[in-house]
Design a protein. Structure first.
Length: 603
């Protein structure tokens, strides 16, 4: 077996001078250096992560919310009624708050909590408790205006307070202040975890749509630091969706100002106005007074924070005569020229019915009964209904049923049950008493006449949206019902035109210069909350549409308890004219140029 003879040292020495020997040694040295780096890399990748994990287990995993941006509430033209603006949350790392500049643990929570409670209007004791926890992340305040939050944190640093910082957190703003606040609603103070509290209006009704889904960030911390190789998980926030209303912000603003002025001048308790697109049923304005500024809701009375137009019910008075006449015309019981002999008073089974104006026996056509707003004439005409027929018409017009437009707390009004429907009740209901409505409900009923006899559900939301009660609402959900014939609707409109005629009717102040107007006044006694009886106060109103022969807008104005002695024609009529005229000009609706109705009112 051959043997290997060791190379003599002399030979090795000789080879060191050769190039290939030097190259091989160089490779060895490089390999040694690389092995050192490789060993360090293995240590970092295979050994230190375990150490980091152990440190993280000891210190914990912090998690913070990444707030979703709340969807905007927009008017029909995309103008914001509620939107999210730049804001910040102020957060604290309790470990850093309670550590001095030399890294020693100290109790600085009381002085920091006092500073924060003064600057951010947060509860001292709540913040103190949070600053003394073992968590590395605690909320101090949510939804703080960016300038305020930055100023507070900067000032804290100047005072030597560590551990405070800011994160993005959108705040809610209402750029139109009180415009449509009765519908939009508002948010309350966020909960302890920063979750917004929708307290009223569409902010609450459509909270699931608007709020979106918050995201989160989780990461491992140790010794006050985020571990670069520890857990780090980010779930992005899903922003909320926008809600688009049928409301026209500019028209809503104007309607609110007119209603406020009307209530103040008449020394009334409250007032409202509804503006509908006659053809689509879309509500362009739904104004209440008093109302509130959505940016400062607590500055107003609680009673003013909702929509009286949807929640309050009242007896509509003579506006309801339009529905009585329309039903009679549709049933073929009368014509606008039907002759009625109207006495000064009418004795019925349980009481004597009178008119709002004193008179001897007069001879009026059906058009004249409406133009003069005669209770007696209306009752005599309603005697022509068959049993149950009048109630069926009123129910088809929408009385006794909520509109389902999506407003929380909407009242369905009161339409007496058939079992309670007596001849005495029918007498009163014919001229608008012993029946109750909400304002949007009544506006939709009058709009049925404007829309050729077709009732269309009123809408406040464009498209479709789901309420917190799981109901689908919006223009996509609106249904239509043929309540009366187109011919009956046309004849009713012609009769309504005589109401605003200065020579024939009771409400010339409701005229809109240059346009044909169809309308009806209303003055009804109010039932007092305490006595549950007619207490001497009144609801006055005016409802109508224009142009009368090609309706574009239906407008309804109501004032509760005016103290200036005025009625529907003198108080609500001029407000109707202002709002209707503004709407016609804003949407560039030209006059039809046709002559107004000249139906006879007497015979």
């Amino acid at each position: 077996m051959p043997t290997t003879r060791p190379t003599p040292s002399s030979e090795v020495a000789a080879r060191r001078g050769q190039p290939h020997f030097r190259l091989r040694v160089g490779f060895v040295l490089i390999a040694m250096v690389l092995s050192v780096f490789a060993g360090r890399l293995v240590q970092l990748q295979g050994i230190d992560p375990k150490a980091y994990a152990e440190m993280a287990a000891a210190e914990g995993v912090d998690e913070m919310v990444l707030p979703a941006e709340r969807g905007a509430i927009l008017d029909r033209n995309g103008e914001p009624l509620a939107e999210s603006a730049d804001g910040l949350m102020v957060v604290a790392d309790p470990a850093l708050v309670n550590t001095d500049d030399e890294g020693r643990e100290v109790d600085r929570a009381p002085e920091v909590a006092k500073f924060l409670s003064n600057k951010l209007d947060v509860d001292y004791f709540t913040i103190l408790q949070r600053l003394r926890t073992e968590s590395r992340f605690q909320y101090v305040a949510r939804g703080v205006p960016a300038a305020t939050a930055t100023k507070v944190v900067d000032r804290a640093e100047e005072l030597g307070f560590s551990g405070l910082s800011t994160w993005r957190d959108p705040v809610r703003e209402y750029p139109a202040d009180d415009v449509a606040a009765n519908l939009v609603g508002f948010l309350g103070t966020p909960l302890a975890d920063g979750t917004p509290q929708p307290l009223a209006g569409f902010e609450r009704t459509f909270d699931e749509l608007l709020s979106g889904t918050d995201g989160s960030a989780r990461y491992s911390v140790a010794a006050g630091n985020k571990l670069p190789l520890g857990e780090s998980t980010v779930v992005e926030a899903q922003d909320g969706e926008d809600l688009t209303l049928t409301i026209d912000r500019e028209l809503q603003w104007y309607a609110q100002r007119v209603v406020r002025q009307t209530v103040q001048q008449s020394r009334g308790d409250s007032g409202l106005a509804v503006v509908m697109d006659s053809r689509t049923g879309e509500v362009l304005a739904l104004a209440d007074h008093p109302t509130f500024d959505a940016n400062a809701p607590l500055a107003s009375d609680e009673a003013d924070l909702g929509s009286r137009a949807m929640s309050d019910v009242y007896e509509p008075g003579s506006v309801s005569k339009v529905l009585t006449m329309a039903g009679l015309l549709d049933a073929g019981k009368v014509t606008p020229r039907t002759r009625l002999t109207v006495p000064g008073s009418l004795a019925r089974q349980d009481r004597t019915i009178g008119d709002w104006f004193p008179h001897d026996t007069i001879r009026l056509t059906l058009a004249g009964v409406l133009a003069k707003s005669s209770n007696i004439g209306t009752v005599l005409a309603s005697d022509k209904f068959e049993d149950g027929q009048m109630r069926r018409y009123l129910a088809a017009f929408g009385l006794g049923s909520a509109t389902g437009a999506g407003v929380r707390g909407e009242s369905a009004g009161i339409l007496p049950d058939p079992s309670l429907w007596t001849s005495q009740a029918q007498d009163r209901i014919a001229f608008g008493q012993s029946v109750s409505v909400n304002a949007l409900q009544m506006a939709a009923a009058i709009n049925t006449v404007a829309n050729g006899g077709v009732r269309i559900d009123p809408s406040l939301v464009r498209g479709s949206a789901t309420t917190d009660a799981g109901e689908q609402v919006g223009t996509d959900q609106a249904t239509t019902t043929q309540v009366i014939s187109a011919e009956a609707a046309r004849k009713t409109a012609l009769m309504m035109e005589r109401v605003v005629d200065p020579e024939a009717g009771v409400a010339p102040g409701a005229q809109v210069p240059g346009y044909r107007v169809a309308g009806k006044t209303g003055t009804a006694q109010r039932v007092g909350e305490e006595c549950r009886c007619y207490d001497g106060t009144f609801t006055v109103s005016f409802a109508g549409f224009a142009p009368a022969d090609d309706p574009r807008f239906t407008v309804y104005v109501v004032v509760q308890n005016p103290r200036n002695g005025g009625g529907g024609g003198s108080v609500a009529g001029p407000a109707f004219a202002k709002i209707t005229g503004y709407a016609l000009r804003r949407y560039a609706v030209p006059p039809t140029g046709t002559p107004a109705s000249d139906l006879p009112v007497e015979w």
